[in-house]
Design a protein around this ligand. Sequence first.
Ligand code: BGC
Length: 757
Amino acid sequence: MKNFNLSVAFLLFLGLSGLQAQERIPQVEALLEKMTLEEKIGQLNLLTPGGGIATGSVVSEDVEAKIKAGNVGGIFGVSSPERVRQAQELAVKNSRLGIPLLIGSDVIHGYKTTFPIPLGLSSSWDMELIKETAKVAAKEATADGINWNFSPMVDISRDPRWGRVAEGAGEDAYLGSQVARAMVQGYQQDDLTKPHTMMATVKHLALYGAPEGGRDYNRVDMSRTKMFNEYLPPYKAAVDAGVGSVMTSFNDIDGVPATGNKWLLTDLLRERWGFDGFVVSDYTSVNEMIAHGMGDLQDVSAMALKAGLDMDMVGEGFLTTLKKSVEEGRVSEEEITTAARRILEAKHKLGLLDDPYKYSDTGRPEKDILTKENRELARHAATQSFVLLKDHNQVLPVSKKAKIALIGPLANDQSNMLGTWAPTGDFKLSVPVLEGFKNIAPNSRITYAKGANITNDTAFAKKVNVFGPKVEISDRSPDELLQEALKVARASDVVVAVVGEASEMSGEAASRTNIQIPESQKRLIRELVKTGKPVALVLMSGRPLDISEEMDMPVSILQTWHPGVEAGNAIADVVFGDVNPSGKLTMSWPRNVGQIPVYYGERTTGRPAPTEEFQKFKTNYLDVPNSPLLPFGHGLSYTNFQYSEIKANSETLRRGDSLVISTKVTNTGKIAGQEVVQLYIHDKVRSLTPPKKQLIAFEKINLKPGESKTVEFPVTVEDLKFYNSQLEYVAEPGEFEFFVGGTSDCEMQGSFTLVEE
Ligand code: BGC
């Protein structure tokens, strides 16, 4: 391969067994021909100059020298057309072959226009909306010089202790796959040569969302059938949608770290799934294989390359050891050429090889970033992500004429509105809830009081404040804060309490074993309820919380995640009823931590519990029922929906045919609303224990008051398939029950039988 001669043929195909045949790109091959071994290794090196995006300088000595020497394939943490041009010039004008850089970034939920955290966005169940947010993120980020994004994060998780559930789309493989596809399409739009699109990275391959004990970076162990059926589909969906790159995860799989796992990166990703982009490690995850027990830096770097890793993020193990490994015969130059080719192909796909400065248009930021339209989309997206968990006595919506006590540590806060992983956003641009209330209801009488600190625990607050003050503990005593709030509450018609987690109480390296609202705020809520005033909780968090106590109180609860730059306006839109909430949970909320993992798609057991009542020798607990506190798919509206005429148009389904399951949905309330109509199946007899329920389709509909719509879900054999013990993707004949409703906790409505031809 290394003596590849361009004149021999215009088109050649990858010679690796089982890989998708792929056209060679003459421009890339011509470059590879000219490259020394060191230059090829240089392409595999991803650096960050550090210092953060806002203040970072691309020309920090080390990085500059390395770029000039041709030792860098990409950088991240650098933005603005000017800085990116500067960086590209270093590469283009100074390195021997002038190969431009990939410019990466973590654009997780919007660039400067910050959208709700991904778990919130997924709760909209609106794939067009999610795609649109990714499209806007790409437009803004590329205007600022970025061409490669470390998103979407599609790790399925059933463990709300894990802080990074905030970054994903929840517990379900089917829904997660739809979200993965929408995001890749939004970022890349099927045409990476356009200046408004950027290359997406699906991460973190694989199973990063299933660490033992919900502790970040912890080990993962699961069966192949569980992986294939319940955890891998979203990564595959991103690959099928044409994602340009894949990031490995920090954890091990079958005892082998993902970053050096040949089964994962080559057998599965390339050979089975046909992925033809490039694979990047997570931050120093090559080096971390030393701590995993895989050898020294040279060993782990060779292991990762041979497993199928193409680019080494930050750790420089590739840069500093691969040449030696070639000389010692531990890796071949051909393996390095293959990885370098993939990086160069990515640069070709982006059009960088023809125009290294295509993302350096100084006129774009002002035109494309934080536009009025983008902020409007952020506000709309936030309203769509909110989930009405409970509406006691219809406290919500609140009348704009009411005398409102706006209470709580998050009620007039700016630093937590963007949510975790929003490093490109500016929290100072976010709208606090108090401001939003005044914007939306300028004539209303609103009195604000903090009421409590997010937490009174200074040691805990310090850990949460690593990226700046998110939790500010007041100089005033907790009692003083409380008494002031109670006074305000007693003088009001209604209390709106904005409570929950600070943004950095979830996210990376932010696992919790107690996922309740912090005690300082629980006390405030209890006391507010005691005033006898109607109370609505506006809850913020990056994860499902254990709110068993609050669910038992006479309060309404609107879950708003961390809503992004338009937080306050969006919350006011929904609290005052200008927008009717329509989000549905994409992760089950547990009754307590001991119930975790609790998720709707659990597989059958031999001793099912027939009811929620405890029964000896059945699978259940002595102290709590099996059901979660709030199920997947749950979410109320200010109106009501009635389901009727739920039926399948046939009792049998033949392979190659389809049948239709339909339902009539009627808005029986007085205002317009949206409903997410969900279809679940249960495979009654199959060779592997089936999930008790499995989402196979959904549709979000709008209904005016009194209006009815019939929703039809076509079902084909494809919807019934699963991976069997041989990991073959099959649908087995037999009976399937179906369930339709506005939550996963919906009743069985009938069944049909899959028959052989
Ligand atoms: C995270 C990744 C992220 C990377 C680069 C890591 O710590 O796990 O999700 O893309 O840093 O910022």
